[in-house]
Write a new protein. Structure first.
Length: 81
């Protein structure tokens, strides 16, 4: 595919819209660091006990029933893991 090196008016419009929407990155010293320390928030999030939702247990029970009823399906289940 041949690239056209000439800029068209549509290209200039797209570049102008991109510059307006994206903004500058890394040139403003106020935006470099977060306004507060994020480490305590991360530790609180990690300390919360994570439990599996009910539909995960239902899916596991369905697979267990399928394996009990159709043992020949075990290789198929292992293939999709």
């Amino acid at each position: 595919m041949k690239q056209n090196s000439e800029a068209t008016p549509g290209d200039e419009t797209v570049m102008k819209l991109l510059r307006q929407s994206v903004g500058r990155i890394g040139n403003d010293h106020n935006d470099v660091a977060p306004t507060r320390d994020l480490w305590p928030t991360l530790l609180r999030h990690l300390d919360k006990r994570q439990t599996a939702p009910w539909f995960d247990w239902a899916l596991l029970a369905g697979v267990a029933v399928m394996v009990a009823m159709f043992p020949a399906a075990i290789p198929v289940f292992l293939y999709y893991l």
